[in-house]
Structures are given as C-alpha cells and as structure tokens.
Design a protein around this ligand. Structure first.
Ligand code: PEP
Length: 413
C-alpha cells in the first residue's frame, strides 16, 4: 500500500490518548490506543503490533494497513474502512456498525465474534481467517459469502480426499455360516473395484467362513469385539491375537450395544483398543451420546470424554490406524437417522478434539464414520459431508444390494 509521505506522522512506543496526534498517514508501531478516538482522520495509516482496542466512531480509516494488531472489542461505528488490509490481526468481538469495508482484505485474521451490521462489505476478500460466531447482518455480503464458501469447501474437499473412505457392515448376531457365505458371495459379485475400503464385521463363528470367502477380493473382515488380555481365565472371550491368527484385520470396539448390555466402559474400551493395536488389528472405536444426553445439550462433553478415555495412551501413529465411528445411540437400529448436518457437526467436533490432543495433521488423517440407521436412501447425503468419511452400517449391511448402494455412495461423497 502506498503511504502519503508528505503526511506521515510517526507514533511509536507510546500510549495515544490525544486526538491531535492521529493525523492521516500515521505510521503507528507498538503503541496503545486506549481512548475514545472518534471522528479522526487515519486515512492511509499503517498500524503494526499495536493495541487498538479503542472506539473509532465516524473515523476515516480508508486505505489503512494493519499487521499483528489487536483490535479485539474495538468499535468502528460509521467509519470508512474501505480498501483496508488486515494481516494476522485479532478482530474478535470488534463491531463494525454501518461502516464501509468494501474492497478490504483479511488474511489470517481472527474475526470470531466480530459483528458487521448495515454496512458495505462488497468485494471483501478473506483467507485463512477464523470466523466462528461472526455476525453479518443487513449487509451486502454476497461476494464475501461466495468467496468464503468456495474456499471453505475446496479446503474441506481437499482434506477429505486425503483420507480413506471406509464402509463397514456390522452384522451383529445375525447369519449362520451358510447364510454368511451366501451373503458374501452375493456381495462379492457386486463389489469388484470399490472406490472405498469395504469391511464385513461378522460374528465370531463366521470369521473363518468370511476370511475364506473374501480371499482375493477387496472385502476385508472384522470382528465385533476382542478381549484385552492375551490369554487366561476369561471364559467366553476371544483375544486380539486369536483374531489376527485367523486373518482378521479389523475389530469393532465399544459398540453401544456392548456398552449398554455387557457393561463395557471407556476403561475397558481403552484396554481393548490398546490390546488390539498391539496385536496388529485396526480398531473401529464407537462413540456416541444417548438421546437424553443430547436433549440435555451435553453431546460434545460426552463425545470429548469418550475420545479422551478410549484413546488414552494411544500414540499418534497408532491413532492413524484406528477408525472412529460416531454412532448416536438414539439412532442405532431405531430407523431414526441423525440429519446430515447433525452427523457432520459431531464428526467435525471429534476431529477438532483429536486436533487438540494430537495436532492437526494426525486429526486430518483419521477416518471418522457415521453410524445409525444409515441406509441406501440416506447414505449419499450423509457421506457428502466434509468430516463424514464413511459409515458403520448395521441393518442395511445384511442385504447385499443395499450395502453396495452405500459403498457406491461413499465413492461419490
Ligand atoms: C450399528 O450396529 O453400528 C448400526 C449403526 O446399526 P444400524 O445401522 O442398524 O442402526
């Protein structure tokens, strides 16, 4: 940006409370503006590393340059800020009522909670900005919104394309051995070159049949549980090593039916997850809130708790081998599906929680599925969401045609 050298006033390392110092073309460095600086001329000024949490009502701030500036909570009512450039600025909670900001550019700016009312935002460009809770009211923001939507979507699609889409069938306690064989034969006929990973999680008694029937096909086999001890006096249980020995690759852990009917807790899910990883299995760990928990508005607390506990002691490298299935308990086997937006909201929250625990790169690499009455009719919409990378499917996985339609939807999504 060009500065008018004739007009330059240098304001450095000081606290500005006196309006007379604020002539247009100022270069302001490491200073603090703490007063009411209304009706001032700042045209063509340059602010660097400055604290500007002041009130700038009816001021001319057009053509200004802001770098590493703190403007949080600042008020710009009826000001002219057109053509401004903001880089790495904190504008959270700033208010821009009836201001003209047309043609301004925001780069890596924190705009969360900023309020833009009744002004002109046309031609504004934003990139890499934090926008949560930003309010835009009564403004001409068509170009801004289009720009944001395009960038946001491209960004999400790119990240989604890096992840593996996985469609897994959870057969639960269904199918005898001959029935399992027949279903897999039918499925094999339909699934020859899927655009996603396909897994059949079958009852223990069908594992051998399934491994045999799917040899040389893209269909992988998973179990529905495993114990956390390697061996010992645990009547009725199966160890992770026993599954590996049979050729099983995946294992569902912490399914809500196991938590509900068989006393599974986050502690035992955590132990099983670590044992499965140690044995070389890829866990599909299920998390999800009860209907009552959703109604009490604590879905995020419940999910965050499950993620923290279920993956306690799991390293970033191990986490990348896991799949997380978001399965709202109220949607499993009930025919009540979460809306695509509800599924996306929680899957995105899971990814954000992983990012806090493991960093962005690991979080972006993890496959997160949605499960809960996903079927041939609703799969495409659910799977089109940016953070829904696949599905864990119960009822609809028992019909080869329906399951294949979901596999095809995952390829499109
Ligand atoms: C499941 O068992 O994980 C599941 C999601 O079941 P359904 O698709 O039948 O709701």
């Amino acid at each position: 940006m060009e500065l008018n050298k004739e007009k330059i006033t240098l304001i450095a390392d000081c606290e500005v409370t006196d309006k007379s110092k604020t002539a247009g073309g100022a270069v302001v460095r490491t200073s603090k503006f703490c007063a009411d600086i209304s009706e001032c001329d700042f045209e063509g000024s340059c602010f660097v590393q400055t604290n500007l949490c002041a009130t700038f009502k009816r001021s001319d701030m057009s053509g200004d340059y802001f770098e590493e500036v703190n403007l949080s909570g600042a008020g710009f009512e009826r000001s002219d800020m057109s053509g401004d450039y903001f880089e790495e600025v904190n504008l959270s909670g700033a208010a821009f009522e009836r201001s003209s900001i047309c043609g301004a550019a925001f780069e890596e700016v924190n705009l969360s909670g900023a309020v833009f009312t009744d002004g002109d935002l046309s031609g504004v460009e934003i990139s890499g900005c934090k926008l949560d809770g930003m309010t835009i009211d009564g403004l001409d923001v068509r170009e801004l919104i289009e720009f944001y939507k395009k960038n946001h979507k491209e960004n999400c699609d790119m990240k989604k394309n890096v992840r593996k889409a996985v469609i897994a069938g959870n057969w639960k306690m269904n199918k005898t051995r001959p029935e399992a064989k027949a279903l897999l034969e039918e499925l094999k006929g339909k699934v020859s070159d899927p655009g996603c990973e396909v897994i059949a999680c079958v009852p223990f008694t069908n594992l051998e049949t399934a491994v045999e029937a799917t040899k040389g096909t893209p269909i992988k086999v998973g179990a529905q549980n495993c114990h956390f001890e390697k061996s010992g006096a645990f009547t009725g249980e199966i160890s992770a090593d026993m599954l590996v020995e049979m050729g099983v690759e995946y294992v569902v852990l912490g399914h809500s039916e196991r938590r509900q009917y068989f006393g599974e807790t986050d502690e035992t899910v955590n132990k099983r997850t670590r044992a499965a990883l140690a044995a070389g299995l890829k866990p599909i760990v299920c998390v999800g809130e009860l209907l009552w928990e959703r109604e009490c508005n604590i879905t995020e607390e419940v999910i965050a708790r499950q993620i923290k506990l279920d993956f306690y002691g799991v390293s970033a490298e191990e986490l990348k081998k896991c799949i997380i299935a978001y399965e709202p308990v109220w949607a499993i086997g009930t025919g009540k599906t979460a809306t695509a937006d509800q599924a996306e909201e929680v899957c995105a929250f899971i990814r954000a929680t992983l990012a806090k625990l493991y960093g962005d790169d690991t979080a972006e690499a993890v496959t997160i599925q949605y499960g809960g009455s996903m079927n041939a009719g609703n799969a495409e919409e659910l799977l089109s969401k940016a953070n829904v990378d696949g599905g864990l499917i119960g009822g609809a996985s028992l019909k080869a045609g329906d399951f294949n339609t979901i596999i095809e939807a995952a390829t499109k999504g």
